[in-house]
Design a protein around this ligand. Structure first.
Ligand code: PLP
Length: 390
């Protein structure tokens, strides 16, 4: 794999690269500018050559590829029966909420957090209950006292946990996960654990699936995962929900069928099998590239742009950057980077008001592109410093 290749993505129907302003470097949207594992390309080519793309279904090989991945990556036994399908994590969470909540119920999230959680909760007439993460000395942690208080409320039904957390990049420790589980069980809350980024963990950290070695939480939780972030195949729209509780699983599958969402994409099945069976060597290389990119960005910010504080991610291919020293409000901040530097970030305020004055930077691209974006940012901040002192 050539990880330095700047592959052209404009005019390929890529969301990230369909930006209407010319010459903008998109450092937004959580997909990667790297080509996927050759094993996935071969599997999709084989399917394309077959030439018949009718309705598809799951096979033993598909289920086994998932079971083996969990065993290999997380040393966790999963039961085939738990495995349910969704075309995406967000559609899956929507279907779950339609089963688990009624209008007026409260759903806890931990902001700043992946912004579609907000509209997902609102879609079901539920209230968003914010257990805002604590932010101190450039690090994020859970406010457990606040979580306990909010969980205690009679209307609160559910917690959507983002593990690892997007955008702050935290990998929750065993102790934190146990405390979350205890609170949920004590207050009879369901936990939806979105573990979409669970494979993209940096050296020195370990992603622990919520219900690994925690049988008590098994019946009250759902684990969402997918090969889509890990292997850059989000466009194949094939995600996995692990639902150990049989009643819930039956209701989920019934709703999924009712919404007509139960059929997998013909290429998604092939992509998932190839990714989980043969993608690990590619993933190991990717992790080394991301480690380098992460260090490069953090060092660059520290050395040249002290106005910007990169929060050290423990996982994800994203860096959450505190821009509060620039003294700009959120929208102004993004316009500043977009119009002056021609670099597009995900705006921090979309992740909740605690994300105001932050931007989220995607580092899953060749170093050359990162370097160009950083140099452009450097230039406009230098100009701003000069203007401030003029
Ligand atoms: C934490 C998290 N959950 C879900 C998603 C989106 O999942 P999907 O595209 O499968 O709905 C993302 C995408 O960035 C994400 O970061």
């Amino acid at each position: 794999m050539n990880w330095n290749d700047c592959i052209e993505r404009s005019n390929t129907h890529s969301v990230k690269w369909s930006f209407p302003i010319e010459d903008v470097i998109p450092m937004c949207i959580a997909d990667m500018d790297f080509q996927v594992s050759p094993a996935i390309v071969e599997a999709l080519n084989r399917k394309a050559q077959h030439g018949i793309y009718g309705y598809s279904t799951f096979s033993e090989r598909y289920f086994n590829s998932i079971i083996s991945w969990w065993k290999k990556r997380f040393n966790m036994e999963i039961n085939k029966d738990w495995i349910s399908f969704s075309p995406g994590i967000i559609p899956g969470i929507n279907v779950l909420l339609s089963v688990l909540t009624k209008p007026g119920d409260g759903v806890i999230i931990q902001s700043p957090v992946y912004y579609p959680f907000y509209s997902t909760i609102e879609n079901h007439g539920c209230s968003i209950i914010n257990n805002t993460l604590l932010y101190k000395d450039g690090e994020y942690s859970i406010d457990f006292q606040d979580l306990e208080e909010k969980a205690r409320h009679a209307k609160t039904k559910l917690l959507i946990l983002c593990s690892p957390h997007n955008p702050v990049g935290r990998v929750w420790t065993r102790d934190e996960l146990e405390r979350i589980g205890d609170i949920a069980l004590r207050h009879d809350l369901w936990v939806i654990s979105d573990e979409m980024h669970g494979d993209l963990v940096y050296e020195g950290y370990e992603h622990i699936p919520l219900f690994k070695n925690n049988d008590r939480i098994l019946e009250k939780s759902i684990l969402c995962a997918a090969p889509s972030k890990t292997f850059n195949i989000a466009g194949l729209q094939t995600s996995i929900l692990l639902i150990p509780n049989k009643d819930l699983r039956d209701q989920y599958n019934e709703k999924l069928t009712g919404f007509g969402l139960m059929r997998p994409n013909v290429f998604g099945i092939e992509g998932t099998i190839a990714a989980y069976e043969e993608g690990e060597p590619w993933l190991r290389e990717l992790q080394m590239v991301l480690e380098e990119n992460k260090q490069y960005v953090l060092n660059y910010l520290e050395q040249h742009l002290p106005e910007l504080k990169g929060i050290v991610p423990q996982a994800t291919h994203l860096i959450w950057i505190d821009c509060s020293k620039l003294g700009m409000e959120s929208e102004e901040l993004c316009t500043f980077f977009l119009e002056k530097a021609k670099v597009k970030f995900d705006e921090g305020f979309k992740f909740g008001s605690s994300g105001n004055k932050f931007v989220r930077m995607n580092i899953a691209c060749p170093k050359e592109r990162i370097d160009l974006a950083l140099r452009r940012m450097h230039q406009v901040i230098l100009e701003q410093r000069i203007n401030q002192h003029a």
